[in-house]
Write a protein that binds this ligand. Structure first.
Ligand SMILES: [Zn+2]
Length: 446
């Protein structure tokens, strides 16, 4: 859909090419003006049933469609967009472009999953979030009835705390599976469980009884809840999951960007997740100490560091990251994400953003560049991957919480393994699932 508009601030005319959505029916996109570099805003409301759409602008007025316009810009709530140079004309739509890059079938399958997730965010998360909150607040007395009312869970399998934790974990995984790469998450869980079960029992028990898993789970849950809230604006970042990695080179990120978010929208998610995952360092280091040196207290010796014991490590605030960069077993969880070099510049607000190249320049101070620039699309993708690490950390904490309950003498009801077995069995393919309307797709090709 093409709309010539004029900026009400500086009078510059721009041709906005809006890609209508597959799964998002109501959205707001910022459109930077070449003349004054401030954002005009486009609001789109689509009616999937009627096949109609309504587009309105803030900070811009419509021009007649015959008017010659010097600047073109793409806007899409779901696809990566072309970052145009002044005077550049665009010939294909974002949808066609991503189909060309990734294959139409991959695009259709991706949007089926994302659509399913958006639907369950709308229908299920409100209830599932409350069940999680009840668990985190220790109100197990209310969970059983809520699980029965909202998720048809037989109260026989939510008798003990251990039951509730396991059923809740299953419900959470089921909810997140469309966007969480659930097979790799389950594989990670299996691997973690295997590693934990091989640890020396006395050391493991001491880690479990001295750790506050509830606090970790509480903070990780808050990051999951925040991600669910920003997810609709991160949809274009999921395009990258279906494009061959070798195509995602520097040139790709020079040519393509994301128009559905502002840096402001996602940077706090990055900072908060960084802090929450950083909090897990003490636990990860304790597990590494036990696995590689036989005791939770036995620290890795690092040149130039005087830290000898876990207690000393817990009290220090500097150079903690260096302890998870040596390829030890539990490093895998945090290393790649906490190793990203953007935290300080973002935290200290020493970054600059250029709206047409979408390059975020990270500065050491007001003037000194760090050479660690990133584009908005790359940053959105980093946030997506960071969410994956939050989920893995949540998985690790889940397994440790389960062990903590077993140590406390909690038992599982007899019916639960049967239910879990059934619940994990693949469902027969549903042939009555609603098909996406074909008409909607055609319209986008104009
Ligand atoms: Zn302007």
């Amino acid at each position: 859909m093409r709309e010539p508009i004029r900026c009400t601030v500086c009078g510059t005319a721009t041709l906005v090419r809006v890609q209508l959505g597959n799964v998002l029916m109501s959205y707001t996109l910022p459109v930077p003006c070449r003349g004054c570099e401030t954002n005009m805003i486009v609001h789109v409301v689509q009616d999937a049933e009627q096949g109609t759409h309504d587009v309105t602008f803030d900070g811009a007025e419509r021009l007649s469609s015959k008017e010659e316009v010097a600047f073109q810009i793409e806007a899409s709530s779901e696809f990566v967009v072309r970052l145009t140079h002044a005077g550049e004309k665009i010939s294909v739509t974002p949808y066609i472009r991503v189909c060309t890059l990734a294959g139409t079938e991959a695009v259709v399958m991706l949007f089926q999953r994302l659509g399913q997730f958006l639907l369950s965010c709308h229908n299920d998360w409100v209830h599932l979030r409350r069940v999680n909150e009840l668990w985190l607040r220790g109100r197990t007395d209310l969970i059983s009835q809520m699980m029965q009312a909202e998720f048809f869970i037989n109260p026989k399998i939510t008798q003990s705390k251990l039951d509730i934790l396991m059923v809740l974990h299953h419900l959470n995984l089921r909810f997140l599976s469309p966007i969480a790469d659930s097979s790799s998450l389950v594989n990670y869980g299996t691997e973690v469980l295997r590693e934990i079960s091989q640890l020396p029992p006395a050391g493991l028990k001491s880690i479990i009884t001295t750790s506050d898993f509830h606090r970790y789970a509480d903070k990780l849950f808050a990051q999951i809840d925040k991600y669910v809230a920003i997810f609709p604006r991160l949809v274009p970042a999921y395009n990258l999951t279906i494009i061959d990695p070798w195509k995602l080179d520097d040139e790709f990120f020079r040519d393509y960007g994301i128009s559905s978010i502002a840096f402001e929208d996602v940077k706090s998610y990055y900072l908060d997740s960084f802090e929450v995952l950083g909090d897990l360092l003490d636990l990860v280091v304790a597990l590494n100490n036990l696995k590689h040196r036989g005791s939770p207290e036995a620290m890795l010796q690092i040149p130039g560091s005087k830290i000898q014991t876990l207690s000393e490590f817990r009290q220090t605030t500097t150079r903690k990251m260096e302890y998870v960069k040596h390829g030890e077993t539990f490093d895998k969880l945090l290393g790649p994400i906490l190793g990203t070099p953007y935290r300080n510049a973002i935290g200290h607000m020493t970054w600059r953003y250029e709206p047409f190249t979408q390059v975020i320049t990270m500065l050491e101070s007001e003037r000194a560049p760090t050479g660690k620039d990133i584009t908005l699309l790359q940053f959105a993708d980093l946030v997506r991957r960071m969410f994956g690490v939050v989920l893995q950390a949540w998985e690790l904490i889940y397994h440790l919480q389960k062990l903590a309950l077993i140590i406390q003498g909690e038992t599982m009801s007899k019916e639960l393994p049967v239910w879990l077995g059934d619940a994990h069995r693949p469902k027969p393919h549903r042939t009555d699932a609603p098909k996406r309307k074909r008409g909607r797709k055609k319209k986008k090709k104009k």
